[in-house]
Design a binder for this molecule. Structure first.
Ligand code: NAD
Ligand code: UD1
Length: 344
């Protein structure tokens, strides 16, 4: 049977690469486009080792409308696009807002123009729980209010969702699913691929693993006076392979035409919140390493407590996160050990 071709933008990045593995394992043909601004070609070797086949790769900056159009003109047999390509550092987006708007919005416009021009009418978009801002109630449902974004990065996710919504109304046949990820962490079980932040990590898990590996002196825990059980902020951490599996389910839903709306939105979380201290405890238990940490002031823009209601994704996508927080911290540590060539 002929394999269905899917274009994966940002496919050498953290979530993209894990999703590519799941797609290849489910029999899809995959073409990756990435400008390698936050990833490297070595990732393709890791993907090949796990999945037994190598995706096609095109180096392309999707901000370039001419080159994006030229690329899509050669891909008219693709059945869908999964769009991961974006800049994603919240703090950096506060300092360089226009770089974020240019990259994330221009890329999206170029992508949507090319898709509609060539009749590729199925899109899965990487959105974020950041579109909910500081929620009035948790767990957060998809029907909850989308609040003004706290960062330019968050605003790009909101505007991209609006663009897709508008296009769905104007372009007969165009269908999309927006997946709002909570906090993806962890690595593939094989540890052939994982998260490799460039420079000092912004996110909690890479900071914890780098501290345990001796690259950082201590972890600063941002805020110990939140109105949460232990005073530290609560997030919904989700294993990146659970996120990857949800993309395959969403893709099959698009391709089978079982969508209920032109644009459907699903939360991808576990439904369980964990505090920063709980994450540290899980990491220490699973790795056997101590993480030196100090509680300091709150980080600007952080919200106290965010976790997902997952029933819509459970019912409609037939998907549920399977892996526990311990699975996540253990695999993040095994990946760090592999990258730093440490004994686990
Ligand atoms: P990542 O940085 O590892 O992957 C993104 C990839 O996109 C990188 O390989 C980068 O080189 C590429 N890219 C960026 N701009 C590009 C451009 N103009 N043209 C071509 N390629 C480009 O990030 P990730 O963690 O895998 O995130 C993937 C997506 O999920 C992003 O859209 C991000 O905003 C979203 N998201 C991530 C998280 C998270 O916590 N990691 C949470 C919510 C949403
Ligand atoms: C943020 C964004 C999210 C984005 C993601 C990817 C918001 C509300 N969320 O998630 O949309 O997709 O980044 O970059 O903007 N922490 C520490 N010490 C550290 C690092 C983090 O205590 O050194 C704490 C944070 O204060 C937070 C938790 O750990 O409470 C998780 O932080 P992080 O991993 O950065 O993710 P978010 O900020 O939740």
């Amino acid at each position: 049977m002929e394999r269905k071709k899917v274009i994966v933008t940002g496919g050498t990045g953290f979530i993209g690469s894990h999703t590519v593995v799941s797609l290849l394992e489910q029999g899809f043909e995959v073409v990756i486009v990435d400008n390698l601004i936050n990833s490297s070609l070595d990732v393709l070797d890791g993907i090949e080792k796990i999945a037994g086949s190598r995706p096609d790769f095109f180096e392309l900056d999707m901000q370039d409308s001419t080159r994006t159009a030229e690329f899509f003109a050669t891909q008219t047999d693709a059945v869908a696009v999964i769009h991961f390509a974006a800049l994603k550092a919240v703090g950096e987006s506060m300092k360089k807002p226009l770089m974020y708007y240019r990259n994330n919005l221009f890329s999206m416009v170029n992508l949507l123009e090319s898709m509609t021009r060539h009749g590729i009418f199925n899109l899965i978009f990487s959105s974020s729980c950041t579109v909910y801002g500081d929620p009035d109630v948790v767990p957060i449902r998809e029907s909850n209010e989308v609040k003004p974004a706290l960062s330019p990065y968050g605003n790009t996710k909101k505007v991209c969702e609006d663009m897709i919504q508008n296009l769905g109304r104007s372009e007969e046949g165009f269908h999309a699913i927006s997946l709002r990820y909570f906090n993806p962490i962890g690595a593939h079980d094989s540890v052939e691929i994982g998260e490799l932040p460039i420079g000092v990590p912004n996110n909690l898990l890479p900071y914890i693993t780098q501290t345990a590996a001796g690259l950082r002196e201590e972890l600063l825990v941002f805020g110990g006076d939140y109105d949460t059980p232990d005073g530290t902020a609560v997030r919904d951490y989700i294993h990146v392979m659970d996120v990857a599996d949800a993309h395959v389910k969403a893709l099959n839903r698009l391709l089978s035409g079982t969508q209920k709306k032109r644009l459907e939105v699903f939360n991808l979380g576990t439904g369980k919140g964990s505090s920063v201290l709980e994450v540290i405890q899980s990491f220490e238990k699973m790795s056997g390493c101590k993480v030196p940490f100090r509680i300091v002031g709150r980080r600007e823009g952080d919200v106290p407590e965010v976790y997902a209601a997952t029933d819509l994704a459970n019912q409609e996508l037939g998907w549920q996160a399977k892996r526990s927080l311990d699975d996540m911290t253990a695999s993040s540590w095994r990946w760090e050990c592999r990258v730093r060539q440490l004994e686990v």
